[in-house]
Design a protein around this ligand. Structure first.
Ligand SMILES: [Zn+2]
Ligand SMILES: [Zn+2]
Length: 305
């Protein structure tokens, strides 16, 4: 048995703890009872994209990568918005994501689809018993704010308040179309970046992982689908680096910077952005060839954990 197989076997799904995750999926079927109106579909799309902004601009670009600056009040509001996505705590999310970049597609990577398969990278790791704890050692910079530690612990408070509010305001249809359905879509939309964007798409830059650029995933995820750009140079507020690379989160961040809500949006330096123009033919061939990493990296797995 390889050591990777051994590691995966210690990462069993936590079925009990995962019941709410599956229950919200099942609750979407209530749409068969409520029916649908175009207003509810609009509410669903809005609920999805506002919270996807919270994931991409908040949990990812701000808390994981410090790609721009925000004052403490805006920082907390980004944490609240990020928490509304129901993807555990803000510090939990950012610390695990930093770990992913450190070990992308290497055996330590907790959600590499090339090493552990599609389903593991998509949802398995989140529902496993192994990754429940916040890796505080990786997120010391934000863990010094008590309000962030609080909302990291009580990450369910914002979404529960939102779900109760929806129910009180519009009854079951609002809860289903503004809460359950867009939350499930938001989960799987976000998870595609861990799974599909390391499988489908084009590579512009040579990175040591399997990250790809994919326009469809970029539309679904407010710009995160430009994942090869992102793995090549992580700390940028934009992930679409060229005008045709649609990046909804960056457009909103740019507008927020005009009114002073955020500042110091980091952009890729030109030598980074245009690095691919200087690739040799051999490097270009390497870009689109089969990723050499997976078979070669297995022996590097530490013997003990
Ligand atoms: Zn990645
Ligand atoms: Zn990242």
């Amino acid at each position: 048995m390889t050591s990777t197989t051994a590691a995966v076997e210690t990462e069993k799904l936590a079925w009990g703890k995962s019941i709410p995750f599956f229950a919200v999926h099942a609750a979407c079927l209530l749409a068969l009872y409520t029916g649908v109106t175009w207003q509810w579909v609009v509410m669903c799309v809005a609920s999805y994209y506002v919270r996807m902004f919270g994931v991409t601009a908040g949990l990812h670009r701000y808390f994981s990568h410090r790609a721009y600056k925000a004052n403490r009040v805006v920082q907390f509001l980004l944490a609240v918005l990020g928490s509304l996505s129901v993807q555990k705590g803000v510090l939990w999310w950012a610390a695990h994501h930093r770990h992913h970049h450190k070990y992308s597609d290497k055996p330590e990577d907790i959600h590499s689809p090339t090493l552990r398969g599609f389903w593991w990278s998509h949802v398995g790791w989140i529902l496993s018993t192994r990754y429940d704890e916040t890796r505080f050692e990786s997120i010391k910079d934000f863990a010094r704010f008590p309000e962030l530690v609080w909302i990291n612990k009580y990450f369910l408070v914002p979404p529960i308040a939102m779900f109760v509010g929806l129910f009180l305001a519009g009854g079951l249809p609002w809860l289903v179309w503004g809460g359950f359905i867009p939350t499930v879509l938001l989960w799987h939309g976000t998870f595609t970046i861990n799974s599909l964007s390391h499988i489908f798409g084009k590579r512009r830059y040579l990175t040591t992982d399997t990250s790809k650029n994919n326009w469809l995933l970029a539309l679904i995820t407010c710009g995160e689908g430009w994942h090869n750009n992102h793995h090549y140079h992580q700390n940028t507020a934009n992930q679409g680096w060229f005008w045709w690379e649609v990046d909804l989160s960056f457009y909103v961040l740019k507008a927020m910077s005009w009114v002073g809500l955020v500042s110091d949006l980091r952009l890729p330096p030109n030598p980074t952005k245009f690095a691919h123009l200087k690739y040799t033919d051999a490097q270009k061939a390497q870009l689109n060839g089969a990723p050499p990493e997976a078979p070669q990296l297995l022996p590097a797995m530490p013997a003990t954990r």
